[in-house]
Design a binder for this molecule. Structure first.
Ligand SMILES: Cc1cc2nc3c(=O)[nH]c(=O)nc-3n(C[C@H](O)[C@H](O)[C@H](O)COP(=O)(O)OP(=O)(O)OC[C@H]3O[C@@H](n4cnc5c(N)ncnc54)[C@H](O)[C@@H]3O)c2cc1C
Ligand code: SF4
Ligand code: SF4
Length: 950
């Protein structure tokens, strides 16, 4: 039988069946959405595998590799994937992708006395360090992807980052490995060498001996030393072989790492940050050697380009005046971190550095930060500024391919001059930031990858040559991936031949991540031969944002308290993330365009991936390029249901919103009929725990109510605030409307509840586009009438207000501004409205709706401002998504995700609380059904305190 080749029909399903028979316990997926999600990383490349498997443990990995040794699967590539944050296609390949990040995330053993920990490779760096919190120790290599990259991936690329001059790279902090080789044979550096491995390791030792001297003669001895097959440290003496060191930086080309022992180091007790502003980037770079004499932990630089982006985004306002610079004056920055175990020593070192910096050419300002909160805030400004570089717009956008060159610190200035000549000489724009302490610069020139492949190759070749000429390393931080094609030239023939012998010894059939770094025989992948991902959508395409996704995987972060992305956090399934969904949308778009035979299956796979999206909109606001999955889902569903029958449940959901005026008018009758009707709906349509119709009608809340047409007549001069109703609160939660009105009244305003024509939320969510657009236009018209009254307009529910700002823009019309409650109140506080000072009660916990929280720090800041101005205590809790999100948590098929999310994010915040404040109607429903606590709108607290004070 001929060996299996990628894309052989039926191969994936045969392999899946065989794996199950062999006792493989992990996940096996070959649906088109999963394959699309695994086909990209943060690079320009796209390679679609045959199958993605997620092993539960090392035994599963061994089972997989043993099975793949079978002749039926001979030749099928096997490639490890961690967080998939590689910038150059490191984890992309055909064949089998082994996803370690899903289940192999355990800490296996910890020895604090000896300062080491053993982990499975899929654990995320931040997760590991969170588990070490309180021990005083941590795993030091610090990537900017620390909330999503895995230890296995860090071992694969020999990752490093801020602080690497002091703490070293991953390879300096790994103490041993267990690996799985072809056939499922396990090799463990902390166990005696098995008999079968002895000849293999002799071969490896001899290869190291043949190439070590040549490699050392060829590569520069600089802090970000060469990584790849580390002949130097694998053979520290003629009679010693530390074979496992060859796997650090090998990018999965030798075998699969199943267990890692890591060195832990003590955290520095005291840190100081010195921010230096220079008149230009050349001066900031040139300052490097002088600053290094002060032994800083890190020196990070930003050029004028980044500073300009940050200034335009308002970020620089957060810097102290001494380093802020004047309007329009471009500055460059150095952020210098100093650390010590003793506070006085840290202060003295920071003062000495700042004093010495005064004499640096081009220095315009200095600031020393000693307070931990201020230091964190200043670093966050730097991180946010750098994040802006990834944004870009138009056909040319920043891409990674020459993004992490390292040269000796003293060569930085001439290197940057040469770099600038190459890149700008090709008509490309870019900004620079980086780690000056180790001579590492990050640059992502803006290209249109659809048309600029030759340009990408030319710039890449020229920058490679320039880096080499300056005694540097082309792949200084992010690993090699497809750029491994330069390796042979870089290390020379002798060292490369040694690499080939090592590859042959560990991976004789060339199965592991083939085409990368080293091929014993056969070609390597290169820029010219590897498929690029489609970069730009056709003009005006509603799926354009799926093409803009650059795969940086920010949406795959594991932090429980951040809004993005709840469905991924609940499932750990790549397909159920913004990135996975964007990849699957692009793949479906292409299949539709090409009229592919499997397009119906692809549509079904994409439907499944999108069905678990909660519509929380965190991706639309927190993703650097605003990949708005709910908007694209709406368009997809619209197309999907053009050729399929829409479920009755969708019609029912849309009917509730459309019939809201009728339901409100006939409330007493509806309240009687609702329980049996809802019970029937639950049975027929798969809903659960539908909310009750509110008892009090809008007209019974004690505040005036008017339709948008009649509002002019009811609006009083001076202090009228128009409280804009929405279908869901005014049918199901009129107490929230009463709370908003009561709170406003308590602060001296005259609320007027205004009713509008029915809204369009459900139609948008369910992808009934025409219905959505018609309803949205009607509401916009009504809001325009109201805007003419010149009174402030405030919405009750954040999800509704933000829909007006986001989804309603899809009509192409200008939508009059309706404010969130906190926006209105904070604005009035700033304007100096006379509010009563309310008596301080014990602090109340306030949890924000995730659409509101995903706008960033602003809503949180505004709520804090409002409560502080009133003299009330509030504790705003970062809790992520509650899992309800409108109808989502009421759909039976989503119960597991909905309840998992609540249990992991909100339940801990609610422990021991009888009542909390929550801005969202959905969140209050979820608290009501899944906890002992109750939740009320935050303005209920203000209303009650005002009544108490009166
Ligand atoms: C915005 C951005 C910023 C970044 N900043 C930094 C930075 O500051 N410092 C830095 O070093 N890097 C940085 N990177 C690059 C990337 O985050 C690192 O290379 C990281 O170590 C990759 O980890 P991962 O889990 O995502 O691995 P992946 O990308 O999934 O894999 C990386 C390589 O490791 C291999 N691998 C993964 N798991 C295993 C295993 N179990 N066994 C064998 N091989 C395995 C893969 O096959 C692949 O070749 C950045 C990337 C982005 C997108
Ligand atoms: S969806 Fe956004 S955050 Fe996620 S990978 Fe794509 S660009 Fe990055
Ligand atoms: S809307 Fe929320 S759940 Fe859906 S993809 Fe975006 S972040 Fe994830």
């Amino acid at each position: 039988m001929p060996p299996a080749s990628p894309s052989q029909p039926g191969l994936a399903s045969a392999l899946g069946t065989a794996l199950r028979s062999a006792g493989f316990r992990g996940d096996i997926a070959a649906d088109s959405a999963t394959l699309a999600a695994a086909s990209t990383d943060n690079s320009v490349y796209e390679i679609t595998p045959e199958i993605v498997v997620s092993p539960r443990d090392a035994a599963d990995v061994a089972r997989l590799l043993a099975l793949l040794d079978h002749l039926d699967y001979a030749g099928l590539p096997v490639t490890a994937r961690g967080g998939g944050t590689g910038t150059n296609g490191q984890s992309l390949n055909t064949g089998v992708i082994v996803n370690f990040q899903r289940y192999m995330t355990r800490v296996l053993e910890m020895n604090l006395a000896e300062r080491w920990v053993e982990v499975e490779p899929g654990i995320v760096l931040d997760d590991l360090n969170a588990r070490l919190a309180g021990t005083g120790l941590f795993f030091a290599p610090d990537t900017s992807t620390s909330n999503r990259c895995t230890i296995g991936g860090m071992v694969g690329t020999d990752a490093s980052g801020k602080g690497s001059r002091v703490y070293g790279k991953t390879s300096d902090n790994v103490l041993g490995l267990e690996v799985a080789l072809a056939g499922g044979r396990m090799l463990d550096s902390s166990a005696p060498t098995p008999d079968w491995a002895a000849p293999l390791l002799r071969q490896v030792a001899s290869a190291c001996d043949s190439g070590r001297a040549a490699l050392l003669a060829r590569v520069p001895a600089i802090p970000r030393r060469f990584t790849g097959y580390d002949l130097e440290r694998a053979r520290p003496a003629p009679d010693r072989l530390e074979w496992w060191r060859l796997f650090v930086g090998a990018e999965g080309t030798l075998g699969l790492v199943t267990r890692v022992r890591l060195r832990l180091v003590p955290r520095l007790a005291h840190k100081r940050l010195v921010v230096l502003a220079f008149d230009g980037f050349a001066h900031a770079l040139a300052a490097g050697p002088a600053l290094l004499q002060h032994e800083p932990v890190a020196i990070e630089v930003l050029d004028e380009w980044v500073q300009r982006l940050a200034r335009d985004a308002g970020l620089m306002d957060g810097l102290p005046a001494s380093v802020r610079g004047g309007a329009g004056r471009p500055l460059a920055y150095s952020f210098v971190e100093i650390g010590a175990d003793d506070a006085d020593a840290a202060d003295a070192a920071a003062r000495a550095l700042a004093a010495a910096a005064a004499a640096l050419p081009g220095l315009l300002g200095r600031h020393v930060a000693g307070d931990a909160a201020e230091i964190a805030q200043l670093w966050s400004i730097r991180a946010a500024a750098v994040g802006l570089l990834g944004r870009g717009s138009g056909a040319r956008r920043p891409v990674a391919f020459v993004e992490d060159c390292v040269v000796p610190v003293e060569n930085l200035v001439p290197f940057v001059d040469g770099f600038d000549r190459i890149v700008r000489g090709h008509g490309l724009d870019y900004g620079i930031y980086g780690h000056v302490d180790v001579g590492c610069l990050h640059v992502r020139p803006a290209l249109d990858v659809d048309t600029d492949r030759d340009l990408l190759q030319r710039v890449s070749d020229a920058v490679y040559a320039l880096t080499k000429a300056h005694g540097g390393i082309f792949w200084g931080e992010h690993g090699k991936g497809i750029r491994g094609a330069y390796l042979r030239d870089y290390v020379g023939e002798t060292a490369y031949a040694a690499f080939q012998a090592i590859k042959l010894a560990f991976d004789p059939q060339g199965r592991f991540n083939p085409g990368k770094l080293v091929a014993a025989n056969g070609p390597l992948m290169g820029i010219a031969t590897t498929p690029f991902r489609p970069f730009n959508a056709p003009p005006h395409d509603p799926l354009a944002k799926a093409f803009a996704c650059n795969g940086n995987a920010q949406c795959l972060n594991y932090t429980r308290t951040t809004p993005m992305c709840p469905s991924f956090k609940a499932t750990g399934d790549l397909r159920q993330s913004p990135k996975g969904r964007a990849d699957a949308l692009r793949a479906w778009h292409r299949a539709e365009g090409e009229g592919a035979a499997d397009r119906h299956r692809r549509a079904a796979d994409l439907f499944a991936a999108l069905d678990t999206c909660l519509g929380c909109k965190a991706c639309a606001s927190s993703c650097p390029v605003h990949v708005d999955i709910p908007a694209m889902k709406s368009h997809f569903l619209d197309a999907y249901y053009r050729t399929r029958r829409r479920p009755l449940a969708d019609h029912a959901a849309m009917a509730v919103e459309a019939l809201a005026p009728l339901l409100k008018r006939m409330r007493p009758l509806v309240r009687v009929l609702a329980p049996p009707a809802f019970a029937l709906a639950e049975r027929l349509f798969g809903f659960v725990d539908l909310p009750q119709i509110a008892a009090r009608p809008l007209h019974g809340l004690g505040y005036p109510v008017a339709s948008f047409r009649a509002a002019a007549a009811r609006s009083r001069p001076g202090n009228t605030v128009l409280v804009i109703e929405d279908a869901f609160t005014s049918v199901f939660d009129t107490e929230a409307v009463a709370a908003v009105c009561g709170g406003l009244e308590g602060l001296g305003y005259a609320p007027l509840i205004v009713t509008l024509p029915p809204g369009a939320k459900a139609a948008h969510v369910k992808g009934a586009r025409r219905r959505f657009l018609n309803a949205a236009r009607r509401q916009i018209e009504a809001l325009r009438v109201l805007a003419g009254l010149g009174r402030p307009m405030v919405g009750v529910d954040p999800a509704y207000v933000l829909m007006l700002r986001q989804e309603y823009r899809e009509t192409g019309l200008d939508v009059p501004r309706v404010q969130l409650v906190e926006e209105f109140l904070a604005e009035r506080a700033r304007e100096g409205d006379a509010w009563p000072r309310l008596s301080a009660a014990p602090p109340r916990k306030l949890l924000l709706h995730c659409t509101e929280a995903s706008l960033g720090v602003q809503p949180r800041r505004l709520w804090q401002q409002v409560f502080a101005t009133l003299g009330l205590n509030v504790d705003i809790v970062d809790a992520g998504c509650c899992g309800m999100a409108g109808l989502f948590g009421h759909e039976a098929r989503h119960q597991e995700i909905s309840r998992t999310l609540f249990a992991s994010s909100w339940a801990p915040a609610l422990a021991g609380e009888a009542q909390v404040l929550a801005t969202g109607f959905s969140c209050r429903c979820q608290v009501g059904r899944l906890s002992q606590a109750t939740a009320v709108h935050p303005l209920a607290a203000i209303r009650d305190a005002a009544r108490h004070a009166a």
